[in-house]
Write a protein that binds this ligand. Structure first.
Ligand SMILES: *[C@@H]1O[C@H](CO)[C@@H](O)[C@H](O)[C@H]1NC(C)=O
Ligand SMILES: *[C@@H]1O[C@H](CO)[C@@H](O)[C@H](O)[C@H]1NC(C)=O
Length: 565
């Protein structure tokens, strides 16, 4: 290790050897599964080449750079022929800082930013703790007990004092500034007298019995991607990073590493690690494994790793749900269209001696810097898959102009103006006092145009998931619906869709296609060469015929339901 350079070393993706033409060429657009939905832009890894779009469409591929845009993002958008822009209205994508909620008002309907308003509710350790504690009070310790005991000073000073006195003589606490990132300002203390006077402060019980590998502590960096908060759709990347904290890099550890991590490499600089360490460890150089190497290692010792992964998914879903009411209310206030926001979270998770996962913190700007070959490999693939999942559309020319003159609220993707019958349907399913699965399943019987649009969008998205796994909604995610502060119609709709079609998605896609025809969804086929024209972007609101059909059905449901009672 000592022979490695001292400076942070940035490693880029290996450039392909040979001529560009050796690389496989991929179409620039991924068609939708449905004739009434737009195609999305394709993003590639280094060993693929992306076809050039016709000039007038290529001109629209503008990206807004920010000082924090990571190289891995720059490389990938470059391969899809994006150009950098300095103007505020003509960009399609931006990978930048989080911003204050009102700032989201300026985002146009064709633009996507990598944040949702209000996610600092879980991205700041003090808020995360408060919000998860609130959930613990409402739903019990059995469901919400995966966050180490935490106190926020000065507010909780008395509680902390009491816990400290009850804790006996040998205890360890971690102190952190509430908004610290990347391990800055983290200290471990043993004595009350070591408690700094500076406030505010976060004091967290040290997980004293972590699972060790060859005597080494480690934590997991898990990548979680949310494409939408209403309906809630959460994805988890199936690989991730295992970060070892120790300096003591024993020979047995070296042997293990060689055995289990073909991909793993030394980390040259420790700056990126948000691992909880004591100050002695800070100067050390970290060491990483791929998550898949950890699964292999644990598997070889007879441990059921599927079970650990299930538990990790469980605590990720619950944590995101804890932020849901807050984010959704800000979305309603400040964001024009659900297209505009998406977000990658870095979850820091530690396994205790019983292999139970604990959430240490959630990062709303996880480091995408790469200083090892392992970083390049995992982060590169993750961001490529993420951008494909995000589903970037090529706007119509009018959209770009419209944001400029901000007076006209442009047409295509703005928040749906629900028709009267759609409102009735939503209210109907949200106001029943006694609901069971039989009743809820009727939500799919008559789909409204907006139902169809949301379901089609979700199916399209799922088909582009790459190495991401969708964890909400999933065939088993119904049980999480009760953790929502207020139930949401679209979550019910997607949940029922999973129930019905999870093991036969083709049938779901066909049924959706035929509903779209019978329910008056505009299904004009796409002319391949004119997709910047208006043809695919509109799903017309229902005609009066549809309203009638729907009312009849609703009355029918009501009667059926009352009869059952
Ligand atoms: C491992 O755990 C999963 C999830 O709980 C379970 O479905 C599976 O049967 C377990 N496998 C073994 C070999 O016990
Ligand atoms: C989280 O906690 C903060 C204050 O601690 C509160 O304002 C916010 O509403 C909470 N968020 C949720 C989602 O409950």
């Amino acid at each position: 290790i000592s022979s490695l350079p001292l400076f942070p070393l940035s490693i880029e993706e290996p450039m392909t050897l040979g001529t560009e033409d050796d690389r496989e060429e991929r179409p620039a657009l991924v068609p939708s599964l449905f004739p009434f939905m737009p195609p999305t832009l394709y993003f590639s890894t280094a060993n693929e080449k992306v076809e050039l779009l016709p000039v007038e469409q290529r001109r629209l591929l503008k990206w807004k750079m920010s000082t924090v845009t990571p190289n891995v993002v720059k490389n990938i958008i470059g391969r899809s022929h994006f150009k950098v822009t300095k103007k505020s209205h003509d960009w399609l994508g931006c990978w930048g800082h989080h911003m204050k909620s009102p700032g989201f008002k300026a985002i146009g309907e064709h633009q996507k930013l990598n944040h949702f308003p209000g996610t600092f509710q879980i991205g700041r350790k003090d808020r995360l703790w408060r919000n998860l504690s609130k959930m613990q009070v409402s739903f019990g310790k059995r469901e919400f007990n995966f966050f180490p005991r935490t106190f926020v000073l000065p507010h909780d000073i008395k509680l902390l004092r009491k816990a400290w006195e009850d804790g006996g003589s040998r205890q360890k606490w971690i102190i952190k500034p509430p908004a610290s990132a990347r391990g800055i300002g983290i200290q471990v203390i043993h004595k009350w007298s070591q408690m700094p006077r500076k406030r505010p402060l976060l004091v967290q019980k040290y997980l004293h019995k972590p699972y060790l590998i060859s005597g080494n502590k480690f934590d997991l960096r898990i990548y979680v991607y949310v494409t939408s908060y209403d309906p809630l759709r959460i994805y988890i990347f199936t690989d991730g990073l295992v970060r070892f904290a120790s300096c003591k890099y024993s020979s047995s550890m070296k042997t293990l590493s060689n055995k289990f991590m073909h991909l793993t490499n030394y980390s040259v600089n420790k700056k990126n690690s948000e691992y909880q360490t004591n100050s002695d460890d800070k100067a050390c150089q970290g060491h990483k494994w791929a998550l898949k190497a950890l699964w292999q290692y644990l598997g070889s010792r007879g441990i059921n790793t599927t079970l650990i992964w299930e538990k990790i998914k469980d605590i990720v879903i619950k944590t995101i749900i804890a932020s849901e009411p807050y984010v959704n209310s800000l979305l309603k206030m400040h964001v024009r269209t659900s297209y505009s926001c998406h977000e990658l979270f870095g979850f820091d998770i530690m396994l205790d001696e019983n292999l139970k996962p604990w959430i240490l913190e959630v990062n709303i700007s996880p480091s995408l810097h790469s200083n090892t070959a392992l970083d390049v490999s995992i982060k590169g693939q993750m961001i490529r898959d993420l951008l494909n999942l995000a589903g970037f559309h090529i706007p119509q020319k009018d959209d770009v102009v419209a944001t400029c003159s901000s007076t006209s609220s442009s047409t295509s993707r703005s928040k749906p103006d629900l028709s009267a019958d759609e409102k009735v349907k939503r209210a109907f399913y949200l106001t029943q006092r006694y609901v069971d699965q039989d009743f809820l399943s009727t939500v799919l019987d008559v789909l409204t145009p907006e139902d169809i649009r949301v379901l089609a969008e979700s199916e399209d998205e799922l088909s582009r998931r790459g190495e991401f796994e969708r964890i909400f909604p999933s065939p088993t995610s119904s049980r999480y619906l009760r953790f929502f502060e207020c139930p949401r119609y679209l979550n019910i709709l997607l949940d029922q869709w999973e129930h019905k079609y999870w093991n036969n998605r083709m049938k779901g896609i066909q049924d959706l296609g035929s509903s779209s025809k019978s329910r008056c969804v505009h299904t004009q086929p796409i002319n391949k060469h004119t997709h910047t024209s208006n043809s695919w972007t509109h799903i017309e609101s229902s005609t009066s015929l549809c309203v009638c059909t729907f009312c009849v059905c609703l009355i029918f449901y009501l009667c059926a339901f009352l009869l059952r009672l």
